[in-house]
Design a protein around this ligand. Structure first.
Ligand code: SF4
Length: 476
């Protein structure tokens, strides 16, 4: 029997989503690959957020060989992916890599591995396995963008993942793709600009089939971009209620869902804990620079009312913002803090603006000579929204650090978190969802601190253009 080892790569030091314990979730994409692998193969999974596949110090394999190693990686995971690939190939194990980075820059990935899957693996995985068995593994496979109706009844092998690591949460995919063109975002590049929707009945069957109570909708907008998509989302949640498929679920969407009481009603009854919305910025110039027109259409002035309505349904609201966009100044931090307090956002997390590879912001900043984390592939490690990779335009690095410290002190001190919990509870009248928000806030506090510390390390290192690294900025 042949043996496949699937690996979720993880850098040795990294803070991010994986630190949010209530949402720690399995690498679902590997679950799909496992489900599509022929039954006469054995499969092992190694999630490096939990254990090493390759010892980061010695470079030794920590598993007993394989006939094939499969890895999927987003951009910040790519340097670690190449380390793992090197260790495997030294032992004669072929390595195939797919995922967003491989789909965006396959020519780079091809230099480090035996085979690259460009696009979505579902449509080519069985061909790839057959070619390997015949000793004819190709350098590249083009999976393209699979119409999701074609994947009917193909569900990720969650049991394999659960057996190995007992994950508390799982994710689920109900749509793929995004028609928008936010200038930093690679989703339209690797998932396409067509919004693809799985048939509602298929999603309901998958939900029913899994023993997981906690589900995260792992897509950028479950509610969709048109009236028809909104109706489909409504019928999904209605189906959950009608068929008694009640889950503790969480998802990403835009604030327009807040005006659809019928959908909110079904969402709440089906078990929705909350939603994450990309607030990004309060600055219209910055939103225009990012091409985030969906937010301009809703209008920042309408957020308070929208959040009130979500709270009325007991749903918590997680706002995600971006700091450091061109147009952001040192005043942006105070404005965002006041906004979060005024609107009653239950969670506010942030990312540092990151021009992902091949996006228009990446091209623009490269042309402007502003990207200083540019020793690729090693520097891809920094492309995860927790590091600054380019020279800020409208403020100094010191202003940036001070601004983030202001947000931290006013939104993430223990007193601020306690006050936020009390307010969430009062406004949603839902203790389970309020506790969910509180626990995310507690975990995010640690991520937030690590980001500020990392910026101070950057300041002190002298790597940031124009900063000599003389004066020592104290860490938190
Ligand atoms: S940030 Fe969201 S809305 Fe904008 S392109 Fe990416 S996925 Fe689409």
């Amino acid at each position: 029997m042949k043996n496949l080892v699937l690996i979720n790569p993880h850098p040795e030091v990294h803070y991010g989503e994986e630190n949010i314990s209530v949402l720690v979730q399995m690498p679902l994409n590997l679950g799909y690959v496992a489900a599509l692998t022929p039954k006469d193969w054995t499969i092992d999974l190694i999630d490096e957020t939990l254990e090493w596949a390759v010892d980061p110090k010695t470079g030794e394999l920590r598993f007993n060989g394989a006939d094939l190693v499969g890895i999927t990686a987003v951009t910040y995971q790519i340097p670690r992916t190449y380390e793992i690939a090197r260790a495997c190939r030294q032992k004669g194990i072929p390595v195939v890599v797919g995922g967003p980075h491989a789909s965006t820059i396959p020519q780079e990935v091809a230099q480090h591995v035996d085979s690259v899957v460009v696009g979505e693996a579902e449509s080519v995985w069985s061909d790839l396995i057959r070619d390997l068995e015949n000793g004819q593994l190709k350098k590249q496979y083009f999976g393209g963008l699979t119409p999701l109706e074609r994947l009917k009844y193909i569900y990720p092998d969650r049991e394999l993942l659960k057996r190995k690591y007992n994950y508390k949460y799982s994710s689920i995919i109900t749509t793929r793709g995004c028609p928008n063109r936010c200038d930093f975002c690679a989703v339209p590049i690797f998932q396409g600009r067509k919004y693809r929707e799985r048939p509602v009945e298929d999603v309901l069957e998958e939900m029913k089939a899994t023993s997981y109570k906690g589900l995260m909708f792992a897509e950028d907008n479950f509610y969709g971009h048109s009236k028809r998509s909104n109706e489909r989302a409504r019928s999904l949640f209605k189906g959950m209620v009608d068929k008694d498929i009640l889950k503790d679920w969480f998802g990403f969407t835009a604030l327009n869902v807040a005006y659809d009481d019928e959908t909110l009603n079904y969402m709440a009854r089906s078990g929705c804990l909350g939603i994450l919305i990309g607030v990004e910025s309060l600055n219209e110039a910055a939103l225009k620079q990012m091409n985030k027109f969906v937010n301009i259409r809703i209008g920042v002035g309408n957020y308070r009312k929208a959040i009130e309505n979500l709270h009325r349904h007991g749903i918590i609201v997680w706002g995600s913002v971006i700091f450091g966009t061109d147009g952001d100044s040192k005043d942006s931090f105070k404005e965002m803090t006041e906004f979060a307090l005024e609107t009653g956002l239950d969670i506010l997390t942030f990312g540092i603006f990151t021009p992902m590879p091949l996006t228009s912001s990446f091209h623009r900043m490269t042309q402007e000579g502003r990207i200083f984390r540019n020793r690729f592939p090693e520097d891809w490690f920094y492309y995860n929204s927790n590091h600054l990779v380019y020279n800020l335009k409208d403020m100094s690095l010191e202003d940036f650090i001070e601004g983030l410290e202001y947000v931290y002190e006013n939104l993430y001190s223990r007193e601020a978190l306690k006050a936020r919990f009390d307010r969430t509870l009062k406004e949603t009248n839902n203790s389970k969802n309020s506790m969910f928000a509180y626990r995310i806030n507690i975990d995010w506090r640690a991520v937030f601190k690590s980001v500020i510390d990392d910026l101070k390390t950057l300041y002190n290192s002298g790597d940031y253009p124009g900063v000599k690294g003389r004066s020592q900025v104290a860490t938190l």
